[in-house]
Design a protein around this ligand. Structure first.
Ligand code: GTP
Length: 347
């Protein structure tokens, strides 16, 4: 069984960060989420990956290549037009095994794959949808199931008092290849809106099973992307932390220079090769990307910086997200600024 990672969406809700990289390459704790995901799946025995891409495929190909460095094999299915979540699966058909796993690569989770596969083996349907339970399902599409787990219908954003369950599609599927017969070629097709409802109408057996995962969050909006980082720093999201622990809630990479009087207020994650000038205060809730440079007397809280950023003396940052190589001049006061790669703010 191989796995297809869907990583080709435009990620409009996370703009401008997704203007130059596919959303799954956005770092989580200074490492692309896609890399965390691949390592997590590899640790459960998956060795063959297909990555479906459309938007900046070269960014992913350059980073992962053939996958050798991770001890896996990666093939790429690159689309020339946007095909949607089902169209992308159809397009990847030549690379897929008779049974395969599909994972939306922009969902942060630590799923155990085995129970989902076992559940799939026990029924005669073509698809098992991994489900997750949410407190307030009225913003999502919820599923109605019979007692065997067979999905009877999807209900989009039901009013609070009419929700049939709190189970929603977690963006992880086990599929048999016959499903591909139900997806038209060469046009945009949504798996959620078109293919699953069609399979249900045709009686092809679409089942759902609640995934075994300690964490599940769609990182697709700025607020959720920030929240994923705060959860990482609080360790409710238990991904490996790069860098060495330096006291409770402080992680620091190699070759950092911290100036006299500078203060790190936990929780903070400082990447490799970071320089922090004297009397700056970093944190709480700050993630500073590799090789970033922070001047003197900078204050930076609740902020995520990707790699190679530069913030000059006296600036105050609160609740910001900066793409790689952002440059902020002296004495800027920024609240909730989200800046794309190579962004410059300088008088
Ligand atoms: P938002 O609408 O901002 O959430 O962005 P999105 O473009 O990522 O769409 P969505 O969240 O619906 O996509 C779910 C997953 O499918 C993500 O991992 C996307 O990268 C992926 N995806 C969506 N559309 C396509 C597509 O046309 N081709 C490929 N290969 N992947 C897609």
């Amino acid at each position: 069984m191989n796995v297809l990672l869907l990583a080709g969406g435009l990620g409009p809700r996370l703009r401008p960060l997704t203007e130059t990289v596919p959303k799954p390459m956005a770092p989580v704790g200074n490492r692309p989420w896609l890399e965390h995901l691949i390592i997590h799946l590899k640790n459960q025995g998956i060795k063959r990956f297909v990555i479906a891409l459309k938007h900046y495929p070269e960014v992913v190909q350059r980073y992962f290549g053939t996958g050798d460095q991770w001890g896996i094999k990666i093939q790429y299915a690159i689309e020339t037009s946007l095909l949607g979540t089902a169209g992308a699966i159809k397009h990847a058909e030549p690379y897929l095994d008779d049974r395969f796993l599909v994972v939306n690569a922009d969902i942060i989770h630590d799923i155990d794959i085995l129970p989902l596969l076992e559940f799939h083996n026990q029924h005669d349907g073509l698809v098992t949808i991994g489900l997750t339970e949410v407190e307030d399902p009225s913003h999502y599409g919820v599923v109605e199931q019979d007692e065997s787990g067979r999905i009877l219908r999807f209900i989009e954003k039901p009013p609070k008092d009419e929700v049939p369950s709190n189970r929603i599609n977690a963006g992880i599927y086990v599929m048999d290849k016959e499903v591909l017969q139900y997806i038209p070629k060469d046009r945009e097709v949504s798996i959620e809106r078109e293919t699953f409802p069609l399979l249900i109408r045709e009686g092809m057996g679409v089942y759902g099973s609640v995934i075994s995962s300690r964490y599940w969050k769609d990182m697709g909006t700025r607020d959720r992307y920030r929240q994923v980082h705060w959860d990482l720093l609080d360790r409710t999201l238990n991904l490996p932390m790069p860098g060495n622990p330096r006291g409770k809630g402080i992680w620091m990479g190699e070759d950092c220079e911290i100036g006299p009087g500078a203060l790190l207020v936990p929780p903070v994650l400082i990447g490799n090769g970071v320089k922090i000038g004297e009397r700056s205060i970093i944190g709480p809730y700050a993630v500073i990307g590799d090789h970033s440079t922070i001047g003197k007397q900078v204050r930076c809280a609740e902020t995520i910086m990707w790699d190679h950023c530069s913030v000059q003396d006296g600036s105050v940052l609160n609740h910001c997200i900066f793409g790689s190589k952002t440059l902020i001049g002296t004495h800027y006061v920024l609240h909730e600024a989200v800046i794309s790669r190579n962004g410059v703010m300088q008088a």
